[in-house]
Write a protein that binds this ligand. Structure first.
Ligand SMILES: [Zn+2]
Length: 384
């Protein structure tokens, strides 16, 4: 019971930013004495601090509490197709240390583990502090409960017990998760979906994926593959996808599909060539290049269908679109504004579609938020 109440109070302090003991009692339904006891424990142990004086509602002005930022730290790492990014932040999600290594898609789990463990040691030697845990984003299907990477075709990893490997190498609690799910988690805590309980994050890059937040929680599915929208079939007679099926969304949209569409339309272009990148396409689009316009119109059509399907399947309050392609969100997302009009739940108004605001740090920030989630669930674990 004490553990549950402590978790409830710490979670409320975290999500509110600043809150008085009286407001905490109201928000949690706990007695004033319980709130006083638990907040004293949280202050004594460096998780919470008194920060300023609030507005009086008649009597003495209440003292406000907030999460203490500088006592504990959260580590985060991202194993992506191009390498590993590592960061450490304070509890305010301010990144105070970062390091990256490029691996060119050839890294083994052992090499990535050794690199991350070495970074944890390097940071630990530079300052005397306690790291509360390591959030880990992985490109591929990840079993967050057991801590395994089930299948990452692009890394060519299958059934890798990454949590066990990293926990042993780093002596930290490790929380692995699929990268797009961490982008969504970050968007909820630090981005454009703040306090959103029902939203869908759609990522378009070399692959296409999504993460679904439903009732405030990530929807994972029985096989941890919920949200693999890139392999939803939108045209059974369409081109063959890398997964072997015909007509997947990913065979029509994203980096590979855009480059194929460019090659088909090259004769229309004044400035693009067969070596152009997607970023080049978006630059040429701004100048009205006909081939670039054709590619962008095609991308908008397919993504409009994807967004419409998301609205019908999940009835979210917001759809956030993120991309690793320079210029993508700027050109595409405004064009999706009305894409949900006509979906069954959208009779009164369409579902807003926003661009992610977190950029390339989204996965690392999601890892940091995940460490904080776990600390809030059971803060006493930090002292075991
Ligand atoms: Zn597919």
């Amino acid at each position: 019971m004490k553990r549950m109440n402590t978790s409830l109070i710490l979670s409320n302090i975290r999500s509110s930013g600043q809150i008085s003991r009286i407001e905490l009692a109201k928000a949690t339904g706990l007695t004033a004495a319980t709130v006083t006891n638990i907040t004293s424990w949280l202050i004594d142990n460096g998780l919470v601090e008194e920060c300023s004086v609030g507005v009086s509602t008649g009597g003495r002005k209440p003292v406000l509490l907030r999460l203490r930022q500088d006592r504990f730290f959260a580590a985060s790492a991202y194993i992506s197709p191009v390498g590993v990014d590592f960061a450490v932040s304070d509890f305010g999600a301010n990144i105070i240390y970062r390091h990256s290594r490029r691996f060119d898609g050839t890294a083994t789990p052992e090499e990535c583990t050794a690199y991350i463990a070495q970074q944890v040691r390097t940071f630990g030697e530079s300052r005397d502090c306690t790291i509360a845990g390591l959030g880990l984003g992985v490109h591929g299907i990840t079993d967050a409960h057991h801590g395994d990477i089930v299948n990452s075709p692009i890394l060519k990893w299958k059934n890798v017990p990454i949590k066990a490997m990293l926990s042993e190498a780093c002596s930290l609690c490790v929380y692995p998760e699929n990268d797009v799910r961490l982008m969504a988690t970050a968007e909820r805590w630090y981005g454009t979906a703040s306090a959103c309980e029902d939203f869908v994050y759609l990522y378009v890059g070399s692959g296409v994926g999504s993460a679904i937040i439903s009732g405030g929680s990530l929807l994972r599915g029985v096989n941890n593959a919920a949200g693999e929208i890139g392999h939803s079939i939108i045209d059974p007679l369409g081109p063959v996808c890398e997964c072997g099926k015909r007509g997947c969304l990913q065979a029509h949209t994203g980096e590979g599909a855009m480059l194929r569409a460019l090659h088909e339309n090259l004769s229309l272009s004044d400035s693009l060539s067969k070596d152009s990148t997607c970023a080049d396409i978006f630059n040429a689009y701004k100048t009205g290049d006909k081939a670039a316009c054709a590619v962008v119109e095609r991308e908008v059509s397919y993504l409009s269908a994807a967004v419409f399907n998301i609205a019908n399947l999940f009835d979210p309050s917001l759809i956030v679109v993120g991309s690793g392609i320079d210029g993508f969100c700027e050109a595409i997302v405004p064009r999706l504004a009305d894409a949900t009009v006509g979906a069954m739940g959208m009779r009164e108004q369409s579902c807003p579609v926003s661009a992610s605001v977190l950029g390339c740090d989204a996965v690392l920030l999601g890892g940091i938020a995940t460490v904080l989630d776990r600390v809030c669930e059971d803060p006493a674990k930090l002292f075991e």
